[in-house]
Design a protein around this ligand. Structure first.
Ligand code: NAD
Length: 376
């Protein structure tokens, strides 16, 4: 059976869904692997490396022969047309709000898996694309902020005087936020953080940052370790808590997300105004509506009072070479669970909880419980 790995066409995507390491492993499982020409060039993987790992180098139209397509982004209409009926397509599908596109995948007859729905259980840790990519995004957010910041991050005591340490505030201490905290600490900043899940407090403290949370808000943990949306009273209490704090910060990094909902608004225009000129805000949630008032997707906004708001898109893609290696391993780990190693063939167990959690479309229908019925 054959696997195809395209060069991504949507969204200026620099990442690629296979690496020489995973190609070797896929060939070892018995697959023939074709990688589209220059699929890895923006991730620093030359065609030659894929070839040496055992892949054939092909063209986009080779998708038509593939039993499995491994990719980053939900297939475009043009890509869908090239797939054969029954092909398995594994990607991050971004299905919420894109029900028509999900229906189009069903209509094309592909079996589509959304990697972002992988359950956060021990068995699936190696398949967790949200974690592998958010971790790099959290790191890169701090690097981007440091590059835009025209002061130093660490305290420097020199013969010519002392430079104070920068104050960094991280809002949302999940995977991205925790890596942002760790990175800012390594650069010598004084770091504080907040989250609505009480469990995050211990993790923040263990990284040497101070955790900030209101008494009014005991714990807003929701299903599966994610946060739930706050009530209006809770939102008010949170805003009161952080308003004074933000005014004293040099860098604010926001990472807050709620599954299936727009990102919560955490930083108001007033709060942005309260920061001193030269301060930096990085909104990692900008693609999901943003945590920060005034943040613009894909732009660096400078406000009237001289605060820069960074709204970079696809932040993991800004560390593409590292991100691709991890993403490729995540996909390999998942695909491996769907292979009969004796027969060297795909054998999807439709009762497997990983399959149930991630399968969006199959056999002409939208099958995922969150979307079934949205279109037939
Ligand atoms: P996420 O990307 O969904 O959200 C980022 C963070 O924003 C979360 O910590 C969330 O609590 C926080 N947040 C949401 N609303 C907020 C608000 N109004 N104010 C402040 N913060 C807010 O989260 P994530 O990084 O995917 O992590 C979610 C959970 O999953 C965490 O508990 C994490 O430890 C857990 N996790 C488990 C595994 C595993 O067991 N395999 C792997 C990765 C993550």
């Amino acid at each position: 059976q054959t696997i195809f790995v395209p060069r991504e066409v949507a969204g200026n995507e620099p990442r690629v869904a296979a690496s020489p390491d995973t190609v070797k492993r896929l060939v070892g499982l018995g697959f023939g692997v074709t990688v589209e020409k220059e699929a890895g060039s923006l991730s620093r993987i030359p065609d030659e490396d894929f070839k040496q790992a055992g892949a054939a180098i092909g063209k986009a139209a080779d998708a038509a022969r593939a039993d499995v397509v491994l990719k980053l982004r939900r297939p475009t209409d043009a890509e869908l047309k090239t797939y054969r009926k029954g092909a398995v397509v594994i990607a991050t599908m971004d299905p919420y709000g894109n029900e028509a596109e999900v229906a189009a995948m069903a209509k094309a007859g592909i079996t589509a898996f959304a990697m972002e729905f992988m359950p956060r259980i021990t068995r699936a840790q190696s398949m967790d694309v949200l974690s592998s990519q958010a971790n790099l995004a959290g790191y890169r957010a701090v690097i981007d902020a440091a590059a835009e910041y025209d002061r130093a991050l660490p305290m420097m005591m020199t013969a010519a005087g002392t430079v104070p340490a920068a104050k960094v505030f991280v809002m949302g201490a999940g995977v991205a936020g925790l890596q942002a905290i760790a990175t800012a600490r390594r650069l010598g900043a004084v770091v504080t953080a907040t989250d609505v899940r009480a469990a995050a407090g211990e993790q923040v403290a263990s990284l040497g940052a101070k955790f900030i949370m209101t008494d009014a808000l005991k714990d807003a943990s929701g299903e599966g370790g994610y946060a739930r949306e706050l009530t209006d009273d809770e939102k008010k209490a949170q805003a009161e808590l952080v308003a004074d704090h933000i005014a004293k910060q040099d860098i604010v990094i926001t990472t807050a997300l709620i599954p299936g909902r727009p990102a919560p608004r955490l930083v108001s225009g007033e709060m942005v105004k309260s920061m001193r000129p030269g301060s930096i805000i990085v909104d990692l949630a900008v693609e999901r509506g943003g945590n920060v008032e005034g943040a613009k997707a894909g732009e660096v906004v400078t406000t009237a009072n001289g605060v820069k708001i960074l709204g970079h898109l696809n932040v993991p893609g800004r560390v593409a070479a590292s991100a691709s290696l991890l993403y490729a391993r995540n996909l390999f780990a998942f695909l491996e669970t769907m292979v009969d190693k004796e027969k060297k063939a795909l054998a999807i167990d439709f009762e497997d909880e990983l399959v149930k959690a991630t399968m969006l479309t199959h056999d002409g229908a939208v099958v995922h419980p969150n979307f079934a019925g949205s279109a037939k």
